[in-house]
Design a protein around this ligand. Structure first.
Ligand code: HGY
Ligand code: MN
Ligand code: MN
Length: 409
């Protein structure tokens, strides 16, 4: 059934590049932080493409954008999707590929005059990155009933703005309820963002699941004092404790080994002056592992160390959980299909876990879900040099097309 149908790779690449012009950084890469003016402009462009394709467009109360192509029967849709918000030093493929490949699948079906029994939907979820507002995947968490809409709207960004007010400001505070919709199945095409596929010569990743994520913010309160006159024995240096926690997080990842990773991505001291012992430090620790028990052990070690280090320096410690997701397994039958379709297309394929968080890991709570990975050159992402070869973009989108056709038959 439509076995020879393939997407138009040049058209997909041209949309990726067009969307990548919005929020483009001078030296390359993109900055489209969630609910900023750049995100609004990106949203407006994607909505205009959805309308050009004749889709019914709905915006829900958390700003998720869904374009739906009717099926011959009014059934729960098969959904493709991802996100179009980026980190501040992002690339043009992370998230954007999943949304635009979904539109490319629809345009290919339109061009070929192919109808499907089930509707096909494409969704761009709000604030997947979690860079400006935490937690990450906030749009899909609300979409699947994981967080009340009021709590989500009250979330305050790292630059002090309320999420609900930002949604209204950019015109994406939708009418559609952020209810738990009926979705028949969800398929997300995404760049791997890591080194595995490229290093081992694979073209497609049949993703088996998403690793667990733990984000914690530590606020340390010490005492500011003169860098020259304060004897070392009298100091309460918040910056020192933050640095010790940072080094300990890396040491913990090394000692645990295996899949364990640890990142201190945010680190600020105040008053941040050359001759003042810092009285305040705020930092984040991102811990991840495919095994939740080991992830809990990593958390236990880091939290215990932080308490001890703060006590030893006479500094108070406040801890705030920004995000906590357990590892998720995708639907085995769908993972099998991704692998089998790739093999049928003679694309070298391997199974692997997702190191990054993804909306598919959240949709898996309410429906069968899976992901298709394509290689990242030099394993780079969340980096302006993020790149995936056009032939790999097309290969991934062709696997997506075939799977969507099967699921919507
Ligand atoms: O942090 C993540 O894994 C994703 O980019 N939100
Ligand atoms: Mn992503
Ligand atoms: Mn990302």
């Amino acid at each position: 059934m439509h076995d020879n149908l393939r997407i138009d790779g040049a058209r997909l690449l041209s949309r990726l590049e067009k969307l990548g012009e919005i929020g483009a950084l001078p030296g390359g890469g993109v900055c489209r932080l969630a609910l900023t003016d750049e995100d609004k402009a990106g949203r407006d462009l994607v909505v205009s493409w959805m309308r050009e394709l004749g889709l019914t467009v709905t915006i829900d109360a958390i700003g998720n954008i869904t374009g739906t192509r009717a099926g011959t029967e009014d059934l729960p849709p098969v959904m493709a999707g991802s996100h179009i918000d980026t980190v501040a030093t992002g690339g043009i493929y992370d998230g954007n590929l999943g949304v635009l490949a979904g539109l490319e699948v629809i345009e290919t079906l339109n061009d070929a005059g192919v109808t499907t029994r089930r509707p096909i939907a494409v969704t761009a979820f709000t604030n997947e990155e979690g860079a400006r507002f935490q937690p990450d995947m906030l749009g899909s968490v609300v979409y699947t009933g994981g967080m009340p809409i009021g709590q989500a709207h009250d979330t305050v960004s790292i630059d002090g703005q309320k999420l609900g007010e930002e949604l209204a400001r950019i015109g994406y505070l939708g009418e559609a309820p952020a209810a738990v919709p009926k979705v028949h199945a969800y398929v997300e095409l995404h760049i791997e963002q890591g080194p595995v596929l490229e290093a081992e010569g694979f073209r497609i990743g049949a993703v088996e699941g998403v690793q667990g994520i733990s984000w914690t913010e530590f606020s340390l309160i010490g005492q500011s004092s003169h860098a020259g006159t304060t004897p070392m024995r009298m100091r309460h240096d918040a910056g020192l404790v933050a640095a010790e926690i940072s080094a300990f997080a890396r040491k913990t990842a090394k000692e645990i080994g295996g899949d364990q990773v640890a990142t201190v991505g945010m680190f600020t001291v105040s008053p941040n002056l050359v001759n003042v012992v810092p009285d305040k430090a705020v930092m984040t620790v991102d811990l991840r592992n495919t095994d939740d028990e080991i992830l809990k052990e990593a958390e236990r070690r880091v939290f215990a160390f932080a308490e001890e280090a703060a006590k030893a320096e006479g500094v108070t410690l406040e801890k705030r959980t920004l995000a906590r997701f357990a590892p998720v397994a995708f639907t085995p039958a769908l993972v099998d299909r991704v692998e089998a379709i790739a093999k049928e297309f003679e694309l070298p394929v391997r199974r692997l876990p997702a190191g990054a968080g993804h909306d598919a890991g959240i949709l898996a709570e309410i429906c069968p879900a899976c992901m298709i990975f394509v290689p990242s050159v030099n394993g780079l992402s969340h980096n302006v040099k993020e790149y995936t070869a056009p032939a790999d973009l097309s290969a991934g989108a062709d696997v997506l097309l075939r799977l969507m056709l099967e699921l919507s038959a």
